[in-house]
Every structure is written in structure tokens, then in C-alpha cells.
Write a protein that binds this ligand. Structure first.
Ligand SMILES: Cc1ncc(COP(=O)(O)O)c(C=O)c1O
Length: 391
């Protein structure tokens, strides 16, 4: 069999750090071990029933058996605009300020291809969601990392970035509520971000994947709620987490019309838009009853309220998450992230994600998903306690 060499573009793609972990987990599961997998970001609960029913009904509509309009059905774009108005009191024009995406991941990768020329500079959070780097590699652009440190509440410190870097940068990625640190951002931080974007002519991309998941009664802010935000950027939203629809692949970008136009252009060349029935069900999710979202946030908050005190009780001192469905746990002294994750995997069969997989500044932490029942989370803590690491 001949082997065809992948292109230079593909060779530039970063290695998928978590692929090795996934393989280890698969091997242990195949050996029959009872693993508690808290290492991934895959919601564990099903899509609310009314959304599934809408899809079932819509699937029978012959209109949807044809190609969808290239930039998505008008009704979905209107539903997105209505959702932003209702949730955030933000006005977006459905035709010029909304791009329908096959999940936020697609848009987060494409935006670099849309806006960066080879050699251009993008600012990225460290630690951060690894897929931002995939788009930057495809665009053959460069990165400069912004450390997210505990002493700054895991927000980038813009004052510490040197002026040349800011002048050179064309794109800035942010993500709050934050994966992996579970931190949230406030209005003043987003206002500063708008000012920074304006001053240095940087396009801001705010990844709002966990927009629905804030704890202790705090509703996470949309970047677009800051005055002037649309002038300097876009926000990416996904139905994956808000409605447990990760498998459905529905997301969207809202904001600056010139960026939306570029996203729609690249998509025009790559795909025809999502299956119409999926679009109809997505519109139902966004504009229908939101009580399932409130229940989901409550579920994650309960899980957090079970896990964090239980870990503290066994002597592992860890802080409370403010949002997302993750907890960001400092590893005990004397271990690296990978060594500690390996120990928990081998000896407790508890899977966690080592923080260094999200960037250098993630070293010293583990990311744990609140994506198992309270009983399983407590079982994980019991198993860790049995290792007698914190006596
Ligand atoms: C921070 C962040 N952004 C984006 C995504 C991608 O979401 P989607 O399912 O819409 O592609 C994820 C998924 O895990 C995420 O954690």
C-alpha cells in the first residue's frame, strides 16, 4: 500500500495531548476495571425531551430533506437574536450579526483562518482550550500566551503584555466561564478588553461555551453586554453544554458584522449548513422553556457542593468552582500534574485531566469534570482517601 504524505499544513497541527490519556483509559476499561472518568468534558445527561421531540417531528418535514440555505435558516438566526435579547438584553441583527456553526469548535478553529495571514500574531490564554491552537496552526500564524494565574483570578493581566506584542496582535481569544480553571469574568474585565481591542486594533473572540453555567446565583456575563464589544469582536456560543446537545453539533457566532461575513464565507466553501430539522430543534431549545437549563445548573452546583467539601475533608485543600462543569484542583506538593493524574488513574481508577495539557501555566493542577452522579463523585473521593496521600 502506498503512503501519501500529509500536507505541510497538516503537519503543523499540534499533537492532541489528551489522545494518550484516552488510550490509557480505554485499555484499563477493556481490562474490566471500574473507572470513574472525570477527565473529559462530555456532558453526562441527555438532551431535554421537548428538544428531542421537536427533532423527531421536524425530521419528517420534506423541506428539510433538501439542502439547507447556506448560512442557515432565517428562523434559527431569528431565534438566536431573540435568545441574546432575552438572556443578555443584547441586540443582534439576525442577518448580518449571526453565523450558524457546526458547534463552537468549528468557528473557533475557522476564525484564525478567516482573520490571520501567515506569520500574524494571536493572543491565547494559558491554560486554555487546545483547539484555538489548531486554527492558528492551520493559518500558519504565531501565538503569544497570556498566563491565567490564580492571583489574578485566572484573568489575563493586560498590563503585563508588552506594547509591541499588543501592537502586533490581530486576534485575542478569551473564554469565561473558563475551561479549564472554572473562573468567571466580570463587567470591568470585559470593558477593559473592549478598550484594549480598540486601542490596539485587535479582534476579540470570546468563547462563551459555558455561558449558561454560573454558580451561587451569578449569571455569567456575555462579552457583548459591554459597550462597544460588537465593534471589536464576536462571541461564540454552543448548545452543547446549555442543553446537553454536544452530539448534535450546533453553535453560533454573534457580533461584529465583518467577522460574521468572513465566517459565513469560509463556511459557504466548506459546507452546506446543518440539517434543517436540527436547526428547527435548536430554535426550539433557544426560544422554548428554559427550566431544564436551570435544573442542569442546579445539578452541577449540587455536584460541586458535594465534591469540593469531600475533598477538603480528606485533606486535599481545593477551591470552589465559580462556573462551568469543571473543578480546577491544585496537585499536592511533590507531584507534577501528569504524575498525580497517573497515580489517581493507576491506583484509584479515577480519571482526571492533567493541567499541563492545557498549557504550561496549567502545570500544578488537575481538571476534574462534575460529570458523574454525586454517588460516583463521592466514590472517587473515597478511593483517593484510601491512598492515604494527605495524612
Ligand atoms: C471552552 C470550550 N469551547 C468550545 C467547546 C466546543 O464546543 P462545541 O461542542 O460547540 O464544539 C468546548 C467543548 O468542550 C469547550 O470546552
Amino acid at each position: 500500500m502506498r503512503t501519501f504524505e500529509p500536507s505541510d499544513t497538516l503537519k503543523r497541527l499540534p499533537e492532541q495531548f489528551f489522545a494518550r490519556l484516552a488510550k490509557q483509559v480505554q485499555d484499563l476499561a477493556a481490562e474490566g476495571h471500574d473507572l470513574i472518568n472525570l477527565g473529559q468534558g462530555n456532558p453526562d445527561l441527555p438532551t431535554p425531551e421537548h428538544i428531542v421531540s421537536e427533532l423527531q417531528e421536524a425530521a419528517e418535514n420534506p423541506l428539510y430533506h433538501k439542502y439547507s440555505p447556506f448560512t442557515g435558516h432565517r428562523f434559527l438566526k431569528e431565534a438566536i437574536a431573540a435568545f441574546y435579547k432575552q438572556e443578555y438584553d443584547v441586540d443582534v441583527d439576525p442577518e448580518t450579526e449571526v453565523a450558524v456553526l457546526f458547534g463552537a469548535k468549528t468557528g473557533l478553529v475557522e476564525i484564525s483562518e478567516c482573520l490571520l495571514n501567515p506569520g500574524d500574531l494571536a493572543l491565547l490564554p494559558d491554560p486554555g482550550y487546545p483547539d484555538y491552537m489548531s486554527g492558528i496552526a492551520l493559518a500558519n500564524a504565531r501565538t503569544s500566551f497570556m498566563p491565567l494565574l490564580e492571583e489574578n483570578r485566572f484573568l489575563p493581566d493586560y498590563k503585563s503584555i508588552n506594547k509591541n506584542t499588543l501592537d502586533e496582535a490581530k486576534l485575542l481569544f478569551l473564554n469565561y466561564p473558563n475551561n479549564p480553571t472554572s473562573a468567571v469574568a466580570d463587567a470591568s474585565f470585559f470593558d477593559q478588553t473592549v478598550a484594549l481591542g480598540k486601542k490596539h486594533d485587535i479582534c476579540v473572540v470570546h468563547d462563551f461555551a459555558y455561558g449558561a453555567i454560573g454558580f451561587d446565583g451569578e449569571k455569567p456575563r456575555s462579552f457583548l453586554q459591554s459597550e462597544g464589544a460588537k465593534d471589536v469582536g464576536v462571541e461564540m456560543y454552543t448548545l452543547s453544554k446549555t442543553y446537553n446537545m454536544a452530539g448534535w453539533r450546533v453553535g453560533f457566532a454573534v457580533g461584529n458584522p465583518s467577522v460574521i461575513k468572513s465566517l459565513n464565507l469560509i463556511q459557504d466553501h466548506r459546507y452546506v449548513s446543518l440539517f434543517g430539522a436540527v436547526q428547527q430543534a435548536a430554535a426550539k431549545a433557544l426560544t422554548g422553556d428554559q427550566s431544564a437549563v436551570r435544573d442542569l445548573v442546579e445539578t452541577y452546583e449540587h455536584r460541586r457542593n458535594v465534591l469540593i467539601p469531600a475533598l477538603n475533608d480528606i485533606g486535599w485543600k481545593v477551591p470552589e468552582s465559580k462556573g462551568t462543569f469543571f473543578a480546577w484542583l491544585p496537585v499536592p506538593e511533590g507531584y507534577t500534574s501528569e504524575a498525580f493524574a497517573e497515580l489517581l488513574l493507576d491506583r484509584a481508577h479515577v480519571v482526571t485531566a492533567p493541567g499541563n495539557g492545557f498549557g504550561e501555566c496549567g502545570e500544578g493542577y488537575l481538571r476534574v469534570g462534575l460529570l458523574a452522579s454525586e454517588e460516583r463523585l463521592l466514590e472517587a473521593v473515597r478511593r483517593i482517601d484510601d491512598l492515604k496521600l494527605f495524612d
